[in-house]
Each structure stands twice: as structure tokens, then as C-alpha cells.
Design a protein around this ligand. Sequence first.
Ligand SMILES: Cc1cc2nc3c(=O)[nH]c(=O)nc-3n(C[C@H](O)[C@H](O)[C@H](O)COP(=O)(O)OP(=O)(O)OC[C@H]3O[C@@H](n4cnc5c(N)ncnc54)[C@H](O)[C@@H]3O)c2cc1C
Length: 638
Amino acid sequence: MASFYKDNADLQWYVDHGIDWTPVAELAEAGFRHPDGFKSTEEAVQFYRDVFELVGTFSAEKIAPVAAEIDREGVHFDAGEVKLAAPAEKIMKEVAKLGLHGLTVPRSLGGMGCPLLVYMIASELLARGDVSLMSHIGFCGGMAAALMFYSIMEGSATVDGTTGDVTTCRFDKEIKEILAGKAWGSMDLTEPDAGSDLAALRTRAVLDAEGTWRVTGQKIFITSGHAKYHIVLARTEPVTSTDDPLAGLQGLSLFLVPAFSGTGARKTWHATFDRVEEKLGHHGSPTVAITFTDSPGQLIGQRGEGFKQMLLLMNNARLAVAFESLGLGEAAYRMARDYAAERMSMGKSIDRHELIAEYLDGMRTDLQAMRAVAITGAWHEELSRRYQLARDHAAGDDDVARARFDKLHKKHRDRARWLTPLAKYQGSEKAVEMARMALQIHGGVGYTKEYGAEKLLRDALVFPIYEGTSQIQALMAMKDTLGGILKNPQAFVRRTAQARWRSLSSRDPLERRVAKIQSQSLAAQQHLIQRTATDKIRGLAGVPVTKWADTFLKNWDPKKDFAFARLHAERLTRLLIEEATVRILWGQAKRDPSRRELLARYLDRAEPTARDLLERITNGSDRLLGELSAGDDEAAQG
Ligand SMILES: Cc1cc2nc3c(=O)[nH]c(=O)nc-3n(C[C@H](O)[C@H](O)[C@H](O)COP(=O)(O)OP(=O)(O)OC[C@H]3O[C@@H](n4cnc5c(N)ncnc54)[C@H](O)[C@@H]3O)c2cc1C
């Protein structure tokens, strides 16, 4: 039987050797104290392996064979109701029967109790079969897990500190419905005038006289937005002026809004599905515009904290895009590799021609690099969440344990925050590149529908757009990186000196090469900080000397002062990705010499890229900044 897990040696390496499952399994299994739970890490990991085998086989045997049919049929929109393609509906029933919607939901709530990392890896396997169907599957189990987490965070769930069981949960009913395959959820942020700029959201929620929240507004581009359960970001706080912080992200709150209640003839609608978008790809995944009109909703958490809470869902979704990208990338690489081995040109198969051989080698290497960053990011995210829960629930009255869990939570939170935009950017951009290469390797037939290469490209093109565009990921990575330096310049100087020292003196040539790329990344960061500070100092010209200290140290205007860094944000992000990738692969190579070959192969590609990026950041033209600034001044003068 075909299996997308069994045929993937790199993925199996992670499951068997690469991932440190010990803290993950221990935390997920509440220290193996549950009478009905696993008794050791080995037992738990064997279960995770069984899940990967099940999902890998399901994806290869059931999903991949109907992917083209799902793509052709698309979704149906009739009389305000949305339906998936017939083969997709059938698969969804089987997914529910296999219990996969409950993958990460605790066993006490009817799920399998697996870690988030298991869900992410399963997403890669499903996406290799068909990424659009994977998206819809994600909006079932993923939303059930999110609802449970929200309930825990706001304090409406009860967690047994000893067994880890969630004994009560505010969204118990919704979770049960989702697990049974009778409902799913969606994440409703985007509006016609608010996509990347969520501070511009207009959807509003008001409390009526009976104390019920009523949500009004239109959301567009909502994946699986024909859902029953919508997690909606809406404006709740009255504002006094346009520069009131409550007019921006701080005025947003999160709601659970059912689009309807009841079933069949007894269905009552609380919202309207306006349309289903006709898209370039992702034909198996409905993208819906929905209007809420005084729709009753339940506030999740505290008023004004909606954006913060939404980030939890969005960060996980961004990591999930990295795993989707991996699944699609694997499909593209394998399709291209197999075709190239068969297709003859000028006396030999095209995979023996240098140019095509290099494309294939690059695709294989990029996939392994993407997996390294995605899995490491998801591992930190997992431990960040688990230690947070341990701090709040398992620690009980033990202050020492609480402090230890808090420290670990923060350590992993910071690393997850560092890697998440990098994984999303790298995964989505590389998936597009790989899908395009797969099409090119197929030549003329690649441009036809015969082999499915064009479908992969159409599907991949949305990765750099949804869950925060590549540009938004780059801005986030830049802001966090430079902000980190400003907060702790001594640590930056120390890191720079250490990297330089290792690049010159390490006895291991691979470590020297890794440290050189780290040095180049740090040099780019230093240049951006210095240039930003120089521009700021230049701006002190008209400011009285007595105000220099305040203006320089306190009055930073993110809109003006970081223009140069924003210009280079994407280049910096690509350099940060090279740095993160080689550091992670170096860590693997130190633990397992069999990974040295991968690191060396990756470095061959990363070195010229890093050199080029540094050169472009430090010596590139900033002509455009002058033009933009002149334009802004003109606009300001009216
Ligand atoms: C298939 C699909 C599924 C989706 N699913 C969902 C979903 O489930 N839920 C949901 O809420 N939304 C969803 N979206 C919406 C998606 O998240 C948005 O399209 C995305 O955030 C971009 O917003 P926008 O389309 O308004 O583009 P804009 O924000 O208008 O951006 C246009 C371009 O400008 C760039 N840009 C914007 N601001 C800046 C800046 N400050 N600096 C530099 N560049 C900038 C962007 O990167 C982009 O290239 C989906 C979209 C698609 C296509």
C-alpha cells in the first residue's frame, strides 16, 4: 500500500531521531500520571508513529487519487448553501470516522490527545495528497483545539492538574459536534477594506439590552467559511478620536458566532453566505464571503484582547502553512523527479542533464531545509503552550515549579516567535518556486492538465498570501530582530563576536561555514540598525539640544524611523532564514553525523545567497526612499 509517510526518509528521521519527544510527550501525557494514558515517551511516540502511518496511507490511497477530480469539480454554491465536491464530501466522512478531527483534542473531551507537532506533521502528509482538502480538514480539528484552548485561557475550563484531563469546557458542545464531523469552524478576520491592516476592521459587536453580543459586518475570503462556527474579530470599544488606540487593534474583541442553528428544515440562519470565490487554485476549499447582521455571538476572553487571542490561532495557522507547503513541495519534487527519470532528450533521460539535475537537487535540499525550520518552530510552539498550561494548572501551589515552567514557557515562546514568520515565509515562497520548477521540468505537458503540475502551481500561489502575506511576515521578522537588538545591544555585540570567532577558529569546517553565514546575517542587522540610528540623528537637526535625548531614545515613530529597514525587510528575512536553517542543521549534524551531508549540501547553496543578500542590504540603492519621502511631504502639504 502506498504511504506518504513510509516513503519519506527525511520525515521518518525526525520522528525516530530528530525530534526530542521527551518533554513533548511528558507534558502532553501529564507526566504519564493518567491511569489510562501512555506510560512512557516510547509508548507515546509509537502511537504518534501509528498516526503518521495511518494518515500517510490515507492521504496516498484515498486523497491523492481524487485530487484532480476535486480540483475539476470545485465547490457548489446553491440557494445560499455551500457544498464540497462529491469525492471531498466522502473523504470528510472517512476523516471523521477515523477520529482525525480530534487529533489534538484531549482524550477527556473525546479526542486522541496528540501534541500539536503531530497535527502539523499530519498536515504535511494530507497536503501532499491535496492541499485544498487539507485546508478544510484543518478547519475542523484545528478549530476544536482552538476553542478548547480559548476556554482554558479565559478560565472557563477546568483542568485536572494531576491527570491533565479537561473536565469541563465552555465549548464542550461545539467541540463534540466538530469531532463527530457534523460541524467545523472558520477564522473570520478579513474584510473588503481590511486584510493585512487588521487595525482597519469595521465589523462591530454591541451588547443588546438582554446582554447578548450582536455582531454586524461583512467578512470576505474566509476559508471553510460555510462553517457553522465562526471565530470573528470585531470592534467593540467606543473611540473618542482617530488616534485613540482603541480605534486600532486594541479596540478588537473575539467572538464565537454560529452562522446557523438547528439542522435540515429546522435550520435557523443567523448570518448569510454571500458568495463563494472563484479562485485560481485551492478548488476543494470553499472561500466564502459572509455577512453578519445583528448575529448573536459569545465573547471569547476579555474585551479588547481579541487581536492578542487571534494571534494564537494565527501563529498556529502560519506554522501550518509551512507544513502545507512542505506537503505540496514533496508532491512537486516527486512528480518532477519521476518524470525527469523517464523523459528522454538528446540521448539520455533529462535528469541526467546538468541543468535539470541541479533543479532536482535544489528541490530536494530546499525541502529538507523547510522541514528543519518548520519542525523546530512547531516544537518550540508546542513546548511554549504546554509549559504555559503546566505553569497555570499542573504547578498547583508549588511556586518553584511555577517559576520554572514560566521560564521554560518564555524561552520556547521567544524561539517560536523568531521561527514562525521565517517558516511561513520560507515554506510558502519555496513551495511556489518548486511547483514552478516541477512544471518547467515537465516541459509542454507541464502546461497542460495531464500530469497535475499546473494544479500544484495554482494551489501553491496562495501560500504567500493567506495567513499574513510574505511581506507582512518579513516586516514582523525585521521588527522583532531589530527590536531585540535595541532592547539588549550587549547581547548582540556578544553574539557578533562569538560568531566571528567561530567562523575563524572552529576546528570543524562545517561549523566555520555556519558561523560565517551567522556573521553575515548579524552584519546586515548591524547595518540596518546603524543606518536607522544615523537617519534619526540627522532628523535631530531642527530639534533643540535639550530635547535630543528624549527624541532619540524615546520618540521612535515606527512609520518614519524604520523606512530603510522596511525597504530591506524581505532581504533581511531571507538572510535570517539562511542563518536559522544552517544553525538548525548544524545542531542536527552535531548530534547525528549522518546529517553532515545535508548541511554541506545546503551550505553550498546558502553561501552565495547570503553573500548576495548582505551585499544588497549594505550597498544597495536607497533612491526609492527619497522619492517616497518627497511624495509623503507633498501629500502632507496638501
Ligand atoms: C484562498 C484564500 C483564503 C483565505 N482565507 C482566509 C481566512 O480563512 N480568514 C481570513 O480572515 N482571511 C482569509 N484570507 C484573506 C487573506 O488573509 C488576505 O487576503 C491577506 O491577509 C492579504 O490581505 P488583502 O487581500 O487585503 O491584501 P492587502 O492587505 O491589500 O495587500 C496587498 C499587497 O500589499 C502588501 N502590503 C500590505 N500592507 C503592506 C505593508 N505595510 N508593507 C508592505 N507591503 C504591504 C501585501 O503583502 C500584498 O502584497 C484568504 C485569502 C485567500 C486568497
